[in-house]
Design a protein around this ligand. Structure first.
Ligand SMILES: [Zn+2]
Length: 153
């Protein structure tokens, strides 16, 4: 039975143990996910979830899922600090909104394509130029209005 202490010059304590000022045991649960050279990761997770909750969550998970869980917690903690009210949900709803806008844009573009194909096959492009320009300038499909709101959040 060896004492778990590290020799001087051995690895420094992990970022988690350093922040909560405890001895970093060789079997430290945090050490693989919160290396000493990335102190900000644990700092944000600790601030939002608390070290003991993070510890509890990691303990409940099988080892192969812990890394993903840590990434998720770090992401969520950072989002929560940026946006204390909505956190990740703010980012998710913003992206969902962008998806909806882009799907609308795609549908409009496809509809316009069909419209252009139909009008060019039924009439000569040159002879019907007046009518054609009319359609373009009045923005038959209101794509411009849709684009405006795309990056609003
Ligand atoms: Zn540690």
């Amino acid at each position: 039975m060896k004492e778990g202490g590290r020799k001087p010059g051995a690895l420094p304590p992990c970022a988690a143990c350093k922040l909560i000022r405890r001895r970093c045991a060789p079997d430290c649960l945090f050490a693989p996910y919160f290396p000493a050279d990335q102190p900000h990761k644990f700092a944000s997770v600790h601030k939002v979830f608390g070290a003991s909750n993070v510890n509890k969550m990691l303990q409940e998970l099988p080892e192969e899922q812990r890394s993903d869980a840590v990434s998720s917690m770090v992401y969520e903690a950072n989002a929560r600090m940026r946006d204390p009210v909505y956190g990740c949900v703010g980012a998710i709803s913003c992206l969902q909104q962008q998806v909806a806008v882009l799907q609308t844009q795609l549908a409009l573009a496809q509809a316009e394509l069909v419209h252009i194909r139909n009008s060019s096959s039924s009439t000569q492009p040159q002879s019907s130029s007046h009518h054609h320009n009319d359609t373009k300038s009045s923005s038959f499909f209101a794509i411009d209005n849709v684009t405006e709101s795309l990056w609003s959040c």
